[in-house]
Design a protein around this ligand. Structure first.
Ligand code: FNR
Length: 394
């Protein structure tokens, strides 16, 4: 029987991935003043050793005040290039690819790593704990929740500086040898805060009710980054397709995400990584295994109708071989569908499967899926005496 689509190569601009899995970006709260450490080298390197074609480095702050926690990764200064290059060099030595997610945490910056807030019983990283609660940026001075610091409404000059910071961080990522860049526009961090009418109550050209104002900063950042990265380099964008606030009168929703998707496709975004939520403590999510993948699928469908070639990444609750296969394969018996270079097939829900938590449980997740689906995957030469067994069919 033919190889499942999930194990066929995917070409995005000048980059070809061996198959259609990716490690979704995950903050590890283990950086040293924004510099990646040995922890990251081993943690990220293990995925390349185990057949993952693309590993995306965690949310990496473009300015120091854009870190979620004091221990977040950053690319705001040149000294942060070398430790990232160690990671990219290692992953490349295994014949695999590496991306990085660039981010600014906005009003959700300056919090403590989860294990610290569990022991200390508070989430805000105060100054004594290495935080910067008095220097948070947001579109409007609205705190995340009670007990959290009130962010500063960004001035127009700060917005210009921020665009420059994204651009410089992208240049540094290129110098460090990454194969692609993902813009973090999801989960209630700064760019989401600009997109949502709940968190963006500005009255200038970057805000308020009009949709073109709320998306302006994101579009400008996309253009700025595209201008400094090689034309052959893919650019991904992660968004929260809905903020799950349909119970409030106005919020960011799937309809606006579809509109945004069409626009960013024309600005050179190659893959939209569809996540959701994170902008409001009182979001109402009805989670089920496909709850986010369905959002991805709807946006993909919309793009196909509009004749746009942007690819779609699906993420969320993928834990089994069947699910990983079905996300890009579509329905059983639909094995003729080819998804290459943005030519969308008819049934697949997405083009790339991003996985986070299952990779923490099983760094060899892609090998397990391959074994279960009866497909071979290239292993490091060093491991070749112990090939991963294929599961017997039937
Ligand atoms: C995350 N997630 C995340 N998302 C993101 O866009 N940037 C990030 O840096 C992080 N950091 C992070 C850390 C940890 C420890 C977890 C578990 C998650 C979200 C993640 O990428 C993914 O979207 C969700 O976890 C849903 O996918 P899974 O875990 O169901 O496969």
């Amino acid at each position: 029987s033919p190889v499942p689509t999930v194990f066929t190569p995917l070409t995005i601009r000048g980059l070809t991935l061996q198959n259609r899995f990716a490690v979704s970006p995950m903050c590890m709260y283990s950086a040293n003043n924004g510099h990646l450490t040995d922890f990251h080298l081993v943690h990220l390197g293990q995925y390349a050793l185990h057949g993952t074609p693309l590993t995306i480095v965690e949310a990496t702050a473009v300015t120091p005040n854009g870190r979620i926690s004091p221990e977040d990764s950053g690319l705001w200064q040149d000294s942060q290039i070398a430790p990232l290059k160690r990671v990219t060099d290692f992953i490349h030595s295994q014949g695999q690819k590496v991306g990085i997610q660039l981010a600014h945490a906005g009003r959700k910056a300056s919090t403590l790593a989860p294990w610290h807030y569990r022991t200390l019983g508070k989430e805000v990283a105060t100054e004594e704990l290495g935080g910067w609660p008095d220097n948070l940026w947001a579109p409007s001075p609205i705190p995340w929740a009670e007990g959290f610091p009130t962010p500063k409404e960004m001035t127009l000059a700060q917005i210009q500086d921020l665009i420059q910071a994204w651009k410089s961080a992208a240049s540094r990522a290129v110098k460090a040898g990454v194969d692609l860049i993902e813009i973090h526009g999801a989960h209630g961090y700064l760019l989401t805060e600009f997109l949502s009418p709940i968190t963006n109550q500005r009255t200038d050209q970057y805000g308020g009710a009009p949709f073109p104002n709320r998306i302006r900063l994101l579009l400008e950042i996309i253009t700025a980054i595209r201008s400094v990265i090689p034309p052959s380099m893919p650019l991904f964008l992660r968004i929260s397709a809905t903020e799950w606030m349909s119970h409030s009168s106005q919020s960011w929703d799937l309809a606006q995400s579809k509109k945004l998707a069409s626009l960013v496709a024309d600005l050179g975004v190659d893959l939209l990584d569809v996540s959701s939520g994170g902008n409001n403590p009182d979001q109402k999510i009805e989670a089920h295994p496909y709850y986010q993948i369905d959002l991805a699928s709807e946006i993909r469908e919309h793009l196909r109708k509009e004749g746009k070639k942007m690819l779609i990444g699906a993420v969320g609750m993928v834990t089994s071989a069947e699910m990983a296969r079905d996300v890009v394969q579509g329905e059983e018996g639909d094995e003729t569908v080819e998804v290459v270079d943005g030519e969308h097939g008819t049934k697949a829900r997405a083009d790339l499967v991003l996985v986070a938590r299952q990779y923490l449980r099983e760094p060899e997740f892609v090998l397990k899926v391959a074994a279960e689906l009866g497909v071979g995957v290239r292993l490091p030469l060093q491991y070749s005496r112990a090939p991963f067994p294929k599961k017997k069919k039937g």
